[in-house]
Design a protein around this ligand. Structure first.
Ligand code: SAM
Length: 279
């Protein structure tokens, strides 16, 4: 713990003082154990040093404190709840407006690239109701510009994290797995039980770490991949010669076995299929 953060009031006191009663509609499940928030930052690795961080949904500021205690150059936090924005002013006073800024607004409509310069990273205990929409939005940006984010360290509900990490020929392998693994190296940092949060959610959680991949030129467009995956996984039990009948010529061209089901086709084969479709 840094000298500045050692003077901060306990998070439970911040919650009480600012009436931050958790709102279910905002996905508010707070992390009050500094060991856990420190661990997210520590396991994010050496790339933390000098990074310009964006945090989505700081809430009472547990993860925020851990990021500010790191060697990140600056932090901009995006929070929808005005009560939390008020509660976080104390951190601006301690760390200074140069190092820590709060933007009040909806993360769905805010581009992190407009908030801080590269090298840029996103850290967040995500509001679970919008976690996959946000991830897909950031993956779209990574497809356009690999330097957009140095890394993303994100908390998801475990079931979603399992889908992101799933390998072919498993029940959880799907659109999210392909899109995430196509564009990023993804690893699980750790899992957390519901009891780690206040109030505890109904589900387990996992922190994932994403590092954008330096892919060869000639990658397919994000939209082409999405269209193919929607068709394939929309009927995941069907053979792809049925579900992807619109792409029959490309399936033959790239030599994928048309009797495979969507869940048996590896990420690289979906990419080759999309490339053939665009050529
Ligand atoms: N980072 C805090 C922590 O770990 O204790 C809070 C995490 S809580 C799971 C999610 C946070 O996201 C809440 O503070 C909530 O108010 C905020 N939030 C929910 N929807 C949001 C949105 N659309 N834009 C920005 N913040 C949002």
């Amino acid at each position: 713990m840094s000298e500045s953060s050692s003077h901060l009031p306990p998070l439970r006191d911040v919650i009480r003082e600012y009436g931050l009663r958790a709102e279910k509609s905002l996905g508010q499940n707070f992390l009050l154990d500094q060991n856990i928030t420190d661990k997210i930052v520590r396991l994010s690795g050496p790339k933390m040093d000098g990074v310009n961080a964006v945090e989505i949904g700081p809430g009472p500021g547990g993860l925020t404190r851990a990021i500010l205690a790191s060697k990140a150059s600056q932090l901009v936090a995006v929070e929808f709840d005005p009560r939390a924005v008020t509660a976080l002013q104390g951190l601006v006073d301690v760390y200074g407006a140069e190092r820590f800024e709060i933007v009040q607004g909806d993360a769905l409509g805010i581009d992190p690239c407009d908030l801080v310069p590269a090298p840029r990273a996103i850290l967040s205990n995500l509001p679970y109701n919008i976690s996959t929409v946000l991830l897909l939005k950031w993956l779209t940006q990574i497809r356009e510009d690999v330097t957009c984010y140095a890394f993303l360290s994100l908390m998801f509900q475990k079931e979603v994290a399992d889908r992101i990490l799933a390998q072919p020929s498993s029940k959880t392998y799907g659109r999210l797995s392909v899109m995430a693994q196509w564009l990023c190296d993804v690893k699980r940092l750790f899992d957390l039980p519901p009891s780690a949060f206040t109030p505890p959610p109904k589900v387990k959680s996992s922190v994932l770490h994403f590092v954008p991949k330096n892919l060869d030129a000639g990658q397919p467009r994000f939209e082409t991949m999405e269209k193919i995956l929607a068709a394939a996984f929309g009927q995941r039990r069907k053979m792809i010669r049925g579900s992807l009948s619109d792409y029959a010529a490309e399936i033959e061209q790239v030599g994928i076995d048309p009797t495979l089901r969507a869940e048996d086709v590896p990420v690289c084969e979906y990419v080759r299929l999309a490339q053939a479709f665009e050529s």
